[in-house]
Write a protein that binds this ligand. Structure first.
Ligand SMILES: CSC[C@H]1O[C@H](OP(=O)(O)O)[C@H](O)[C@@H]1O
Length: 339
């Protein structure tokens, strides 16, 4: 059984240290917003929904610890730039804090803690709904391909893309899953493979550059990935390598789905061009788990995300159903109906 990604125990946030998986199971304890922000930046916890939930708890800690709450919120918002779930959670907790800051401290802290727990539990329920709708795109028996980790390790539990596979299995479907290793941080090889095999799935790791050849040699019924931010027109930012996967899927006639909660949509971004892309240290590419794989002075360009244009996306699987073309219109309609 997979350990919980995020736990709130004795008014402390404990995070499964995903930098050590699958070789070591260790938890990092966060007792302040500062410690939480560092854990997000250093990818102790990662995955769009998971960092949103962690940030919510980070702000519950900020409220309990006193000090400058708005500064704590800024610090958390600055930890990583692409996943909009982070900003959504920060804004939701800030609004609550300012609505309750004049109440007695223990009451205000209780309200903040309860909201973070609510965000945590909501995420798991949303992921189950994403799985419920998403499993319909998979056959009774078949194969699927995913990229990075959009599973329980990237969320508060159950997962988004991997939640679709869980729901398919719960519906009695037999799906062989191929997981891109996902250079440079290897979330597919180290996290998705570990997560799915721990839950008894038939999962095979391939290198990122194998995906197109795999599609040319065997039937892949669908590619299903997560997302970190989806623009109003349907362009979707996700882990680097997703865009080239979508191009290969289109060339081979494989349906390409993005699985994401409505909190991943950012209507303030008109298109993918407006989505901020995180660039990380080149050392992530020059080294593999601390072992140099190229000279230290090698120039590296290391965007952590790319943007898949809506034209390559078959559908976006959400907790309100599958949004299909015309994506811009149907995104607007779905979000308005959810309000
Ligand atoms: C369920 S969304 C997970 C999403 O986040 C990952 O990025 P990172 O591991 O850098 O946080 C990747 O883009 C996944 O699809």
């Amino acid at each position: 059984m997979l350990p919980e990604t995020i736990k709130w125990e004795d008014k402390k946030l404990t995070l499964l240290d995903q930098r050590l998986l699958p070789f070591e199971l260790r938890r990092v304890v966060c007792e302040s917003a500062e410690e939480t922000a560092r854990a997000i930046k250093e990818m102790v916890v990662r995955g769009a929904p998971a960092i949103g939930v962690a940030a919510a708890y980070g702000l519950a800690l900020a409220a309990a610890n006193g000090g400058d709450f708005d500064e704590a919120a800024k610090l958390l918002a600055a930890s990583r730039p692409t996943a909009v779930n982070l900003f959504w959670a920060v804004e939701r907790m800030k609004d609550l804090y300012h609505a309750n800051k004049d109440k007695p401290n223990d009451e205000m802290c209780r309200v903040m803690e309860a909201e973070a727990v609510k965000i945590h539990n909501e995420d798991i329920e949303i992921n189950r709904k994403i799985g419920f709708y998403g499993q319909s795109v998979l056959p009774r028996t078949g194969a699927a391909l995913t990229h990075c980790n959009a599973g329980a390790l990237a969320t508060a539990g159950y997962g988004t893309a991997l939640g679709v596979f869980r729901a398919a299995a719960e519906a009695g479907k037999e799906i062989k899953i191929f997981a891109d290793e996902t250079r440079p941080r290897l979330q597919g090889a180290l996290l998705t493979s570990f997560e799915l095999s721990s839950d008894g799935f038939d999962v095979t790791v391939i290198t990122d550059s194998t995906a197109a050849f795999l599609m040319s040699r065997r039937k892949i019924d669908a590619v299903i990935t997560g997302a970190d931010r989806i623009a109003a027109n349907g362009d979707a930012a996700n882990k680097i390598g997703t865009y080239s996967l979508a191009i290969a899927a289109r060339f081979h006639g494989v349906p390409f789905y993005v699985a994401a909660p409505l909190s991943t949509f950012d209507l303030k971004c008109a298109s993918g061009a407006d989505i901020p892309i995180e660039y990380r240290d080149g050392r992530e590419v020059r080294e593999l788990r601390g072992v140099k794989v190229m000279p230290e002075d090698t120039d590296v360009w290391n965007p952590s995300f790319d943007v898949t244009p809506r034209s390559l996306i078959t559908g976006i699987i959400t907790e309100r159903g599958i949004i299909r073309a015309p994506l811009a219109e149907n995104i607007k309609k779905t979000i308005e109906e959810d309000r």
